[in-house]
Design a protein around this ligand. Sequence first.
Ligand code: SF4
Length: 345
Amino acid sequence: MKNIKDYTLEELKEQLVQMGEKPFRAEQIFAWLYVEKVKEFEEMTNLSKELREKLQKEFTMCNVKILQKQESVDGTKKYLLDLLDGNAIETVLMQYHYGKTICVSSQVGCKMGCKFCASTGIPFVRSLSAGEIIEEIIAVEQDTGERISNVVFMGIGEPLDNYDNVIKAIRIMNHPKGLNIGARHISISTSGLVPNIYRLAKENIPCTLSISLHATSNEKRSSMMPVNNAYPIEELIKACKDYLKEGGKRISFEYALAKDNNDAIGDAKQLVELLKGMLCHVNLIPINPIQNGKYDKSSMENIIRFRDYLNEHGIVATIRRELGSDIDAACGQLRRKNLNKGEEK
Ligand code: SF4
């Protein structure tokens, strides 16, 4: 059955016209879905009973169920959500001084195989539809009763490997009659799928692009992220420069520091060389060790030294606050635990 949250406003208008209805009904439905956030068609009381029944026959509302919820002492909440087909995805809600930020998943599993990621080893199942991504936000807003002001695509999955659905989800969340979240408050994180960075540059969506860089030589980056074999650093940086050329777009680079791997001053020096002349920001992240993973967290002393070197050499760098470290907040950890439990049964 079709998911009503998979449609942009324009597409929903077309659907209604095909059903013999007036297009303005789509705006009423959008308000019920994204302002009132109702769970059933019968709650859409300004639509006729006949139309509500037609909608019921034609579409699902794709309401996801919360299977599990973990809450950190710092206020971070991690959800395991049950999709209609029985697959489970993770969504994390973080509390920053500027508002609530949700970290959404874009796929069930991930194909990219980054060596530091808890999703690696969990088989890729499928990409999420636009409506399923939107539903992550709605489910968490309903659970907390609070509005989410920022969205980051940093959960499970490579968002640029699910390009069309992610772009559509962004259009729905960004639309003033949708979830009304400003494009500047939306960030897409990619492991570096170069062709789709060029595509994204051409979209009229000024969201922030966040590049998971993590190393400055192809040898080291390929050992951490197999995607680098297909799209090496030089090609990635070229695509980033192209993205920045398009007006009003911003880039940040994610750099997870692992002890004795990529956290030496020599690495910081190479990073300065690589990013020279680009208007960007570097987020330094103490790597989150995963079960049976080969990377250990860098010491805070090293991380501070690394940050200071970048800042002293003209690259704006900050250390990301570790949120939810007591609740498996690294992507894939909760889902992995749940799968393991299933296997033990
Ligand atoms: S870090 Fe992101 S892109 Fe890499 S394997 Fe994990 S979910 Fe996929």
